[in-house]
Design a protein around this ligand. Structure first.
Ligand SMILES: O=C(O)CCC(=O)C(=O)O
Length: 236
């Protein structure tokens, strides 16, 4: 159920399909983009990555705080606040390779959000977009993510965000401050959100997840998975 008590209207079989919408220039929400079958495949892949070679874990922040989401990375390992090939803050292992099919998924996502051309000069053209890292976050009912910018990448190419499982409240703001103006968007299972061009370095966060809204047919009985695809801009 959504906060208003109504069943979420997104995804396959929605009574009133939600339409793609530009939240701000360069930031596009495409509801119900992933089929249930594709979500199920992604959930299976995420389960495999969560087992290793680097296990999914709560990231520890430099001040000693612990993130409430659990994370595992593919391609490059993110730790606050840099990327490396090995998970030096977890078990020292090299992260799983980034598969070609995720590059293809990223390109298809940009086409769905922007059409054949991305925001001018942003590296968001679907034909050349080459994400090389995926951050996979798992939210149980209590997990949140504070407002932050994705800025460890040395590339201005768009971030592709895929949601599976419980619906969440996603807050998408501006590039200057953590505060207003921002737009609150409900991201349901199967939704795509892309932010590139002028929106690439906007603050964003997840203040709330709505437990019990996941469709078990996706393979997620409870909780929320978020997969972000990014170009690190790092060599090799
Ligand atoms: O879970 C989400 O939708 C956002 C994830 C996010 O902001 C991040 O991984 O940097």
């Amino acid at each position: 159920m959504t906060p208003g008590g109504a069943k979420s209207t997104g995804g396959e079989g929605a009574l009133f399909p939600r339409e793609p919408r530009a939240v701000s220039p360069g930031a596009v929400h495409v509801p119900g983009w992933l089929s249930t079958a594709r979500q199920r495949e992604l959930v299976e892949s995420c389960r495999a990555w969560a087992r290793g070679p680097v296990p999914m874990r709560h990231t520890v922040l430099p001040g000693g705080g612990v993130m409430s989401v659990q994370t595992v990375c593919v391609g490059w390992h993110w730790q606050p606040y840099r990327y490396g090939r090995t998970a030096d803050d977890v078990n020292g292992a090299r992260v799983a390779d980034f598969p070609d099919w995720l590059v293809e998924l990223g390109r298809a996502a940009l086409t769905a959000a922007y059409g054949v051309e991305g925001p001018a000069g942003s590296g968001g053209e679907p034909g050349t977009y080459t994400p090389d890292t995926a951050l996979i976050n798992f939210y149980d009912g209590a997990a949140r993510m504070g407002m932050h910018q994705d800025k460890e990448e040395r590339s201005g190419a768009p971030v592709v965000s895929l949601s599976i499982g419980d619906t969440c409240l996603f807050r998408f703001g501006n590039a200057e401050t953590r505060g207003r103006p921002y737009t609150d968007v409900e991201l349901a299972s199967g939704d795509l959100f892309v932010f590139g061009g002028p929106a690439r370095f906007a603050y964003h966060g997840v203040p709330k997840v709505y437990p019990g809204t996941a469709d078990p047919a996706t393979g997620m009985g409870s909780g929320r998975l978020n997969i972000t695809l990014r170009e690190t801009g790092l060599p090799g």
